[in-house]
Design a protein around this ligand. Structure first.
Ligand code: F6R
Length: 607
């Protein structure tokens, strides 16, 4: 939520800030702004709307010209999107950009008012921090930042400039992610590495409470106590191309096409001699045998990957798995103890509710395992064990390739756990692993159904509402299909267990209402087909996603998407593809902003 950037160096600062913010727009895109030192004075430009609106405004009114500054792209938390609520926000001598939330901003505002500070322009919590910094500023920026850090509560990262410290940018991280990029004679701050990858692959990861000072093209660091610290310089393992559209119209479709490679890169290092081997992630067969209960906790799409994980782990390893939504789990006083494993799945590794669950699990003494895409993210660093998914940067707000690799990790875990527990023998484990190895190629074949999905999506664009149905693994999968479709097409959609329809929901079916049935599990096919016929008899337009060999009455489906076959248990990895393509093309056909759906942001770092 919200992206922040900063720059100090020889380039045109406004251009660098805008270019870096373009890569962070996935974090929020309801307003944007920059502050740049121009001839020793802080000049601010900001605007409601997309970054392009800010650029247009600067083209008309002039852009600040200089070599040091900060920038912001916003997902509103306090105060509606407006010019005035856009960042940067200023006190008299201090200007800041902020990602995250300040929980005690009301108390601080009262403190400021009680001390004759009443000049508030916006409704934001950020402005309160700018004013508080200004209140305490005595000419020593780091001391002032440290003082303020002791008074504000919440999860946040800040980029700060002080009017009397030209050409210098200060940054601090408390929870919300922040990196400091180091180029040749130039330094950057950013909420995420892809923002600056065009300029440098080298970066420092700020830890909780650390302050960075960017000056004369390089960065120095100190901790919360003001002590200077040395930090390890890291190098990003991806390049600019991974963060660009590479000839595709949108990131979402590019990322759908990247899935075969992402799966291959994720599973290959975890398979040795034909068997799953997660030891590089600190997971041994003994560890996997030792848990009584498994909890998979996550949000949104990542939680849906957990749903598939539950079906597969329970089926193969015969261990009880509870899947829960992180924002629910954290407040329901869950029964957790030392014998339990809590698996947190997260693309960003920064999701506030998922992080809270991780802390709760640790408090209760449970072992924690993170399945995370972003290297060095909080959830990855703070878990006992971590399996990185190697999807590369996922830029589209709607997750596709990250979900796919999360599924692949669920399978690796299930296979290794089932074998470790003696629930499957070596031959079966090898067979399943060999099937998993085949998935990249079969996903590729499923992607070649793109034009079929594009055509069928034209049948969805006029719908107000639709249903996704399935049984067993297909039901788990249909949850993701439904979420994907609704978030990018804005068509109301629900996923329903096919057998549950008759208990109420079937009353929603009217003439022409689309019902998408996922029917990849042969043993359940007949039953799902009966449910499809029931809705069709009541006027529904039915679309069936099934394997290429599935046999059922032709008149059950108005449209059929036949996908290549693989072992039944692995079918979710293949059936996911047409669901993503249906969502993508429905959104494109409706003229929506596919990569940045309304009201959303990637990386949800507030509760
Ligand atoms: C939907 C989507 C979200 C995320 C959810 C969790 O396409 O991307 O539902 O899955 O916000 O985010 P992470 O995985 O970063 O914890």
């Amino acid at each position: 939520m919200c992206g922040i950037v900063g720059y100090v160096g020889p380039r045109d600062c406004s251009d660098v800030l805008v270019s870096a913010l373009t890569k962070l727009e996935y974090r929020g895109y309801d307003s944007a702004g920059i502050a740049v030192f121009e001839n020793g004075k802080i000049e601010v430009a900001k605007s409601k709307g997309r970054l392009t609106d800010l650029v247009a405004k600067m083209e008309k009114e002039g852009k600040p010209s200089g070599h040091a500054g900060i920038g912001h792209t916003r997902w509103a938390t306090h105060g509606e999107p407006s010019d005035v609520n856009s960042h940067p926000h200023s006190g008299r001598r201090v200007t800041i950009v902020h990602n995250g939330i300040i929980e005690n901003y009301k108390q601080i505002k009262k403190f400021l008012i009680d001390n004759d500070r009443t000049e508030f322009l916006s409704d934001t919590d950020t402005e309160i921090v700018a004013q508080l910094l200004d209140y305490y500023y005595d000419g020593n920026p780091v001391r002032c930042i440290r003082k303020v850090l002791h008074e504000i509560r919440g999860s946040f990262a800040l980029g700060i400039v002080f009017a009397d410290r030209p050409e210098t940018v200060y940054a601090v991280r408390c929870e919300s992610p922040l990196i400091v990029g180091q180029g040749m004679g130039e330094a950057f701050i950013a909420s995420d590495v892809p923002a600056i990858i065009k300029y440098t692959k080298d970066y420092y990861l700020l830890e909780y409470g650390e302050i960075a000072v960017l000056k004369n093209g390089s960065a120095s660091f100190c901790n919360l106590h003001g002590r200077m610290i040395e930090k390890e310089l890291k190098t990003a393992d991806f390049d600019e191309d991974s963060a660009e559209k590479g000839g595709f119209e949108h990131f979402m479709i590019k990322e759908i096409h990247e899935q075969p490679t992402a799966v291959k890169t994720t599973i290959t290092p975890r398979i040795e001699d034909g068997m799953p081997n997660l030891s590089e992630c600190g997971i041994t067969p003994e560890t996997l045998k030792s848990f009584k209960n498994i909890f998979i906790v996550a949000c949104g799409t990542a939680m849906h990957a957990g749903m598939v994980g539950k079906y597969v782990i329970e089926k193969l390893a015969r261990v009880s798995v509870t899947v829960d939504i992180a924002s629910e789990f954290r407040y329901r006083d869950p029964l957790l103890n030392e014998d339990d494993l809590v698996i947190i799945i997260s693309q960003s590794g920064e999701t506030a509710d998922s992080k809270a669950v991780l802390n709760l699990a640790k408090e209760k003494g449970a072992k924690t395992l993170a399945v995370v895409n972003v290297k060095g993210s909080s959830i990855a660093r703070e878990s006992d064990m971590v399996i990185y998914t190697h999807a590369g940067p996922e830029i589209a707000v709607a997750s596709t390739k990250a979900y796919m690799v999360q599924l692949s990790v669920m399978y690796l875990l299930a296979f290794e756990m089932a074998y470790a527990k003696g629930r499957i023998d070596e031959k079966e484990c090898r067979r399943l692993t060999a099937e998993l190895v085949k998935t990249p190629e079969i996903i590729e074949r499923a992607i070649s159904l793109e034009y079929n999905c594009q055509y069928i999506s034209t049948k969805l664009i006029t719908a107000d509402s639709l249903l996704y149905i399935g049984r067993g693994l297909d039901y788990a999968l249909s949850m993701e299909g439904s979420l994907k479709l609704k978030e990018v097409s804005y068509i109301h959609s629900e996923s329903y267990a096919a057998g549950e329809l008759k208990h109420g929901t079937i009353s929603l079916i009217t003439e022409g209402m689309p019902v998408i049935a996922v029917a990849t599990q042969t043993s359940l096919l007949e039953k799902t087909v009966s449910n499809i016929k029931e809705v069709k008899a009541r006027g529904a337009m039915t679309i069936v996603i099934c394997d290429e060999a599935a046999e059922f009455d032709n008149d059950a489906a108005d449209y059929t998407i036949r996908i290549p076959k693989i072992s039944e248990v692995l079918m979710p990895m293949i059936a996911t593809v047409p669901m993503q393509l249906l969502a993508y093309y429905t959104s494109v056909n409706k003229g929506n902003d596919v990569d940045k759906p309304r009201n959303l942001a990637k990386s949800v770092t507030v509760e």
